[in-house]
Unconditional design. Sequence first.
Length: 640
Amino acid sequence: MCILSKLVVAALLASVSAIAAAQVPPGNSAPQPVPFVDTIPEAQDTPYPGTLTLDVDATDTDRGIIRVKETIPVAKAGHMALLFPKWLPGAHSPRGEIEKLAGLVIRANGRVVPWTRDMVDVFAFHIDVPQGARQLDLEFQFLSATQGNQGRIAVTPTMISLQPNSVSLYPAGYFTRQIPVQMTVKFPTGWTAAGALPSRATGSTYAYQKTNYEILVDSPILAGKYGKTWALSPLVNLNVFADDPKELEAKPEQIDAHKRLVDQAVKTFGAQHYDHYEFLLSISDQLGGIGLEHHRSSENGVGPGYFRDWENSVTRRNLLPHEFTHSWDGKFRRGAELWTPDYRTPMRDKSLWVYEGQTQFWGYVLQARSGIVSKQDTLDAYAAILAVYDTAPARRWRDLIDTTNDPVISARRPKGWTSWQRSEDYYNEGLMVWMEVDAMLRRQSGGTKSIDDFARAFFGIRNGDWGEVTYTFDDVANTLNAIQPYDWAGFLQKRLTETGQPAPIDGFAMNGYKLVYTAEPTSYFTKQEKARGTDASYSIGLVADKDGTLSSVIWDSPAFKAGLDVGTTIVGVNGETFSGDRLKAAILAAKTSKDPIRLLVRNEARLRDLAIDYHDGPRYPRLQKVGSGEGGLDRLLAPR
């Protein structure tokens, strides 16, 4: 910097200081911030000197207490930081359950080594390794939630969902793939366990193959009293555990549908990015539900009836196609800003419209191609998705790309006005964008190209590689451009950043099906209502549970304009006590009447008599065929 530039900068700084000083009233105190020095070592891509060992006792299933003994070799004395995993792949946010770690005691040479939690990063523990120590011996517990308001219940008397990140600490300063680790887990007598990491069982104690810490964290375990495994292909297994062994009575045609799911996925993507893959499926109303992707496995949790009530479980059968797709999209191909060297480095979620949005797209396609869900039910599921965005006004002010910040902003906590606030819309609005991409590829190429070509080009590389290949926005656009020349970067950027425009549902119409509303619900919509409650989202704009409590009110809908909000309870409908059928009957009757729908509602101790001036009758979404013959969506959903 030249002398003149230095003088200019000095003058500017002096000016800023003078302005700041002038803003402090005379005589008032004006403290300065305490300097912050980060003493946690930054991760380096160098081998850790030694192998961590984990000895996990998971036998206290009545109280959900998992006891851990961990040994961490050390090479030298002095400062060391130990980390509890914070930013977890698949969670897209700092949601490691540090609050459930308890009883931490660290010893070296038989003596207790004091620890201090980092004042800024509470997932980090600072210690001073004493002279002569060769290893640290840790003891602590992971305390599973015992009620749903404490978080996900991971331990029940009949089942355990064991995530290695919850029962381990790791040394700071190293890429997690450079930290060797070996784990042993003791389960209750008579239990069996399944997971992607190979193991050797001695009774109910499982000794897992030595691996690195990154792979260990990516290899959860599902164990239980009642379990069964089906081979879906030479490389893929379906491992199912249930509270009741009767839930494991799957019919051959049900297992065949899961086999076709594997076959159709491999045909679609053209490669397999695992040496073997384990579906981990819990059927339980006690263990917390889950849907979490891993490279060689997935954690899937559903309520009772998955096999036994096959007809009515249709709305839950998108889970396995979605999570399986993640082995390609999200685990193998991963947004460059989402890949991190350890679990302390923050993830930046801007590529979730591909990671989750295209996975959502392929999950529905694969459920239809495999027949695990019928084509008609898939079309009806699409209609339900499109209608949400067709009626929600949040796109007026908030764009799609900003919703990729939601995992950090809200961490899936409930919202009062989702239709106005938005939530993790990169899933389903992302699906709609990718449907439009498919339709445009077909149109631009005269029907010779489709999104299947993108799937093989983007995800079908390096067969057998289960590392990670990262990508950028330009990589996505360039891959599309190589398939069919077009301004894909401009198109995608517009869809990601536009506001004040209708929802991007035109891809479905371009592919042969348009969204319409009819007076009768689809079979799929009716099955959704069994879990959701009475869904009048597209007429008066609300969803009410069986007791009349509102779980959703659509912003600017008739219900909204009448003064209703989430948490309000409908006590009466047109002078009679509430029921879902009475509310539906009132909506139907209002179509041929000038009288409003009258609701008696309760908020805590306050009662209100409200009128909803709505007369358009019931409205339920469905897809209507455009034209005749086979359209793009018909071809997309057909088996390969």
